[in-house]
Design a protein. Sequence first.
Length: 266
Amino acid sequence: MNKIFKQAAAVLFTAAVFTLSVFAANKYSEPTSRFFVNDFADVIDSADEEEIFSRAAALNDKTTAQVVTVTVKSLNGEEPADYALNLGRQWGVGQKDKDNGVVILLSTAERQIYIAVGGGLEGALPDSKTGRIIDDYGLSYLKENNFSKGLLEISRAVINEVYIEYGEEPEEGYTPIEDSETEVDPYTAKVAVSWILLLALVFFYLLIFGRRHRRFFWFGGPPHGGGGFGGFSGGGFGGHSGGSFGGGGFSGGGGSFGGGGAGRGF
């Protein structure tokens, strides 16, 4: 019996390592010295880029929160949510003790946009509100391939919502977004499904190899007493905190991301 359980544990460990590798950070480019705008896909007009940068830099100075806009030509097979969250962790967007960072990611090849929200700002920017920001402020521009204007308006709305969270006045004329919908975070759902599949794999492994050894296993415990499995308590993948980049310019403060955010295809 001990041998079978050791084999099952090895299977679970291997599968868990594989799952974690799927969510692990890719080899992303380092941020530019301006940090708050990283137009790797070269789709943002110079005037809009300057405006996005100025707003984000001012927000950082007033609140320490960081809103970083990133464009890439391709996600290289990675899901938009995973890419944005892992990039935010690797770059350390937000402050280490506050996790008050936001990554606005746009990929031109996959025609996807995703806004990843650090745990410290999930109250101000829940998934439903984040999705509405994309819908109300940027989606129409993105569908027309006006990526520059779409990102400008989306970043503006995100920054103003963060100002409100910190008790600061938003820009004149900005109307706060009411959070009235429920949206399922695809990243969290994916993690939950992965763990369910892992547990199912271990269950069938025990069932098959247990029968071969003429023993019957059940999660409620062996028929003659003993421990058994007491249950499983899940948690989120908090990720690691990134280092500092920038070479004398702006840089991340070591913030991390737990999985909040929303995205859209266009």
